[in-house]
Design a protein around this ligand. Structure first.
Ligand SMILES: C[S@@+](CC[C@H](N)C(=O)[O-])C[C@H]1O[C@@H](n2cnc3c(N)ncnc32)[C@H](O)[C@@H]1O
Length: 193
């Protein structure tokens, strides 16, 4: 394992011990999972937000996919992770606050939201607030890209139905701790979100 990745594991592990519910992961996402997330970005995507950026595993893949730093905004509640993100990603906007803050963004101004949030372990009302904020900011054909360690969709069916969203899923990414699946949520044709 490269030294920088080993250092990331150490920093990430300390935050898991301090904030287990907030971080809700055993390790940062692998390069393979990050690449699978980035592959779901529409080819025309320019403006992107990332939720729960952690130490930037997904951020690196988003930038490698061609999104310009000044078109990317990260939302991360953990102060320690935010300090690390600021050092690692100059030019990227970093909000040290909850994903729900995206609701203050101009309506329809984003092409994609990439989420590393522990959505599965969140209450239905929190899921609803987060997805409503995301789809407020997303353009009509914008996408919300989310991974889950679970075997089923990370968003409760009732929340997806209420917000008028449909989901597609990718193959499971086995080279990740633990293995994960990527879901892409979009407005249904007659959606209400
Ligand atoms: C499973 S980790 C993912 C970290 C990183 N994206 C990755 O894939 O390795 C979840 C991250 O979401 C952050 N988080 C949890 N709740 C949040 C919220 N409401 N808004 C923004 N970030 C949140 C945690 O601090 C943590 O960094």
């Amino acid at each position: 394992m490269p030294a920088t990745r080993a250092a990331e594991f150490g920093l990430f592990s300390r935050q898991i011990l301090r904030h287990p519910r907030q971080v809700s992961a055993l390790a940062p996402s692998s390069p393979g999972l990050a690449a699978m997330m980035a592959r779901q970005l529409p080819v025309t995507a320019t403006r992107v937000a990332e939720f729960g950026a952690g130490l930037g595993s997904l951020t690196r893949a988003i930038l490698a996919a061609g999104i310009a730093p000044h078109d990317l905004t990260l939302f991360e509640v953990n102060d320690t992770f935010c300090a690390s993100l600021r050092a690692a990603f100059p030019g990227v906007a970093i909000v040290n606050g909850p994903a729900q803050g995206l609701a203050a963004t101009e309506a329809g101004s984003l092409d994609a939201v990439v989420s590393g949030l522990p959505l599965l372990s969140m209450p239905a009302d929190t899921q609803r607030d987060i997805l409503a904020a995301a789809f407020h900011a997303l353009a009509p054909d914008g996408v919300y890209i989310q991974f889950t360690y679970g075997l089923f969709a990370p968003l409760r069916a009732a929340v997806a139905r209420d917000l008028g969203l449909t989901a597609t899923r990718t193959a499971r990414v086995w080279k990740n701790i633990p293995p994960a699946t990527v879901y892409v949520y979009r407005r249904a044709r007659n959606g209400t979100a």
